[in-house]
Every structure is written in structure tokens, then in C-alpha cells.
Design a protein around this ligand. Structure first.
Ligand SMILES: Nc1ncnc2c1ncn2[C@@H]1O[C@H](COP(=O)(O)OP(=O)(O)O)[C@@H](O)[C@H]1O
Ligand SMILES: [Mg+2]
Length: 323
């Protein structure tokens, strides 16, 4: 049984259909990377998995299994417990995740105290251990400091410490290294990877960097305009991408010696999601688009059991229909 299984997730905000039928599956101890350009719906998807979407958002799941139980119909009180102890989240900017007026060690200690009912002293000791384990040098001193006194990399480690303090089964990390220096990025990613393997935590890692995907993930899901257009084992998908969008992402990927924060642009822009979409949303930007592409929902192509791609390219009849 998978740790997380989501089927047919839809998110609508103000009449915009922003996430349009997403399926996700995460195994214990494995990393699923969710990739796609900015605006494709990655963060909304992550937030929906913690029921942290903005109030005016509407979100529907057909199926939502987590650790052997369905989360459909979970109450807000149950969610507060889940968020704090079963599902941890690490956001892009560590500064926003911490309370600026509270010492770092106390913040981690508080999380521990609320959930494991230990004494303040035990919590402080445990928080210190965590900071040490997460590679914070001089942890005792750091624990007594306030967030503004720590570097970005150290802050993100502290946030990860908080997220894993109660040993969650699932960790959701939304572009956790984007705000960090290049040199610390790799360290923080390695830390997440290690946590996930050693403690059997499932990791949903959101990134727009295919290099990160390759280094971190067992599985990858490629998102475009609110849908997963291609998914499967990382190695297979990256070595032989089936969707033209996955290829375009690869071509837009900066080289290792030319690291920049964002992808080179793929020409064209994503569709306007306030409008009804009929066919494949990538059509206007697709080098291999055919007549059928803008008018009919793409067929599902499954090159192997674990892989899935939504594209007309692999359907002989669609090819026959010509360009
Ligand atoms: N609170 C919101 N209200 C209205 N639209 C939103 C809100 N949050 C995100 N969106 C829109 O939803 C789309 C997907 O956003 P997001 O999930 O943040 O993308 P990503 O994380 O992939 O960059 C974008 O077009 C964005 O403008
Ligand atoms: Mg985002």
C-alpha cells in the first residue's frame, strides 16, 4: 500500500480551473519530484495536500489515501493533528516559516512539547539534538539565537528540523532551496534525501530544476497547466521523455557550469486557465502538434507499466489524421 495516493484532484479559484485532474502516488522512503514551470499548479497541489489552500479555493479529490486511511471528510481538528505530526512541510522561504520574535531552539522545542508532551527541558534538549543532527555547527549557540541571526541555509535546516521533529510519514518540500546560495542548496537537498531514506519518510519535492530531480527522486511527475502530462520512474522518464513538454524542459535546463535560478524560457506562454480547455494545453507551444491536439483530450500513452504520458504523438490514428 502506498503512503499517499491521490486521484483526480481539482482546484478551482474564482472560476479558474487551476489544477485539472491530478493523480499522485508516493511510497514510503521514496522521493517523488513534481516539476514544471512557474504557474503550473505545483504549489496549489502541495497546499491542497495539507488543506492549506486559500479560503476561497475549491478543492475536490476522487480518492485521497494517506498511510492506510482516507482523508476525505477529515475535520479541521483532525487536520491540525495531521499537519503537526504526520505531514511536515518545508517552504521556499525559511524566514516566513519561523516566528521572528522567538528563539530558534524554542520554536522547535514548542513543536515537540505540544506533540510529545515532554517537559520544556526535554524539549530543549531534543531540539538541540535535532539541530546537531541536521548539521548545524555550534547548535547550542544557534538554538539561543533569533531567526534573523542565522544564514538562509541554517534557517532552512532549522525549518526542516521543525518539520521532522515529530517524525512525519510524509514531507512536502516546495522549492526548498530556491532562496538559498548555490553552495548550501546541495547540502540541504542531501539532508532531505537522507531523512527520507533513513527514516522511511515519503518526500514530495517540488522543483523546477531537472538536475535536482535527477539527483533526488525515484519518481517524477511533470506538470503543465494544472495536469500531470508525464509521470514515471525518474531514470526512464529523463532518459527517454515521451512528452514534448518534458523534452522542452530538458532543453531549457541550464548546464551545470551555467547555473541560474530559473529555467531558460520555453518559447510561448502557458494557456489562460480562466478559459475552457478542450485538447492538449501544450499545443500552441508544441513543436510536434497535430490537428487533433487542440481539439481532443490527449490519449494516455503507457510505454511501460509504471509510466504514463498524455499525448497524441504515440497514437497511430492521430498521426494518420495529419498535421
Ligand atoms: N491564492 C490564489 N488566488 C488566485 N490564483 C492563484 C492563487 N494561488 C495561485 N494561483 C494561480 O494558480 C496557478 C498555479 O499557481 P501555483 O500553484 O502557485 O504554481 P507553481 O507553484 O507551479 O508556480 C497560477 O496561475 C497562479 O496565478
Ligand atoms: Mg510554487
Amino acid at each position: 500500500m502506498s503512503l499517499l495516493e491521490v486521484r483526480d484532484l481539482h482546484i478551482r479559484i474564482d472560476g479558474h480551473h487551476l489544477v485539472r485532474g491530478v493523480d499522485l502516488q508516493i511510497e514510503r522512503g521514496e522521493c517523488l519530484a513534481l516539476v514544471g514551470e512557474s504557474g503550473s499548479g505545483k504549489s496549489l497541489t502541495a497546499l491542497s495536500l495539507m488543506q492549506l489552500l486559500p479560503r476561497h479555493a475549491r478543492c475536490d479529490f476522487e480518492r485521497w489515501q494517506f498511510d492506510g486511511q482516507s482523508l476525505l471528510g477529515t475535520t479541521e481538528a483532525q487536520w491540525r493533528r495531521l499537519r503537526a505530526s504526520r505531514i511536515g512541510m518545508v517552504f521556499q522561504n525559511p524566514m516566513t516559516a519561523l516566528n521572528p520574535t522567538m528563539r530558534v531552539g524554542d520554536q522547535i522545542g514548542e513543536v515537540l512539547r505540544v506533540h510529545s508532551r515532554c517537559s520544556a527541558r526535554e524539549a530543549r534538549r531534543h531540539a538541540l539534538e535535532l539541530l546537531e543532527r541536521l548539521g548545524i555547527v555550534n547548535a547550542a549557540k544557534r538554538a539561543r539565537q533569533y531567526p534573523f541571526e542565522l544564514s538562509g541555509g541554517m534557517l532552512q535546516r532549522a525549518v526542516i528540523a521543525m518539520a521532522v521533529a515529530c517524525k512525519p510519514a510524509l514531507l512536502i518540500a516546495d522549492e526548498p532551496t530556491t532562496a538559498l546560495d548555490v553552495t548550501v542548496q546541495a547540502e540541504v537537498l542531501a539532508l532531505l534525501r537522507e531523512l527520507c531514506r533513513d527514516q522511511h519518510v515519503g518526500l514530495l519535492l517540488i522543483t523546477h530544476d531537472l538536475g535536482v530531480v535527477e539527483a533526488m527522486a525515484e519518481q517524477v511527475a511533470v506538470m503543465y497547466a494544472g495536469r500531470i502530462v508525464e509521470a514515471g520512474p525518474c531514470q526512464a522518464v529523463l532518459s527517454q521523455p515521451a512528452h514534448p513538454y518534458t523534452r522542452a524542459l530538458q532543453q531549457a535546463m541550464p548546464r551545470l557550469d551555467d547555473r541560474r535560478d530559473s529555467l531558460l524560457a520555453i518559447s510561448g506562454t502557458p494557456p489562460d486557465l480562466s478559459q475552457q480547455l478542450n485538447g492538449c494545453a501544450f499545443t500552441p507551444r508544441c513543436e510536434r502538434a497535430m490537428q487533433i491536439c487542440p481539439v481532443r483530450q490527449p490519449a494516455v500513452y503507457a510505454p511501460s507499466k509504471a509510466r504514463r504520458c498524455e499525448c497524441w504523438l504515440w497514437e497511430p490514428q492521430a498521426q494518420g489524421a495529419g498535421r
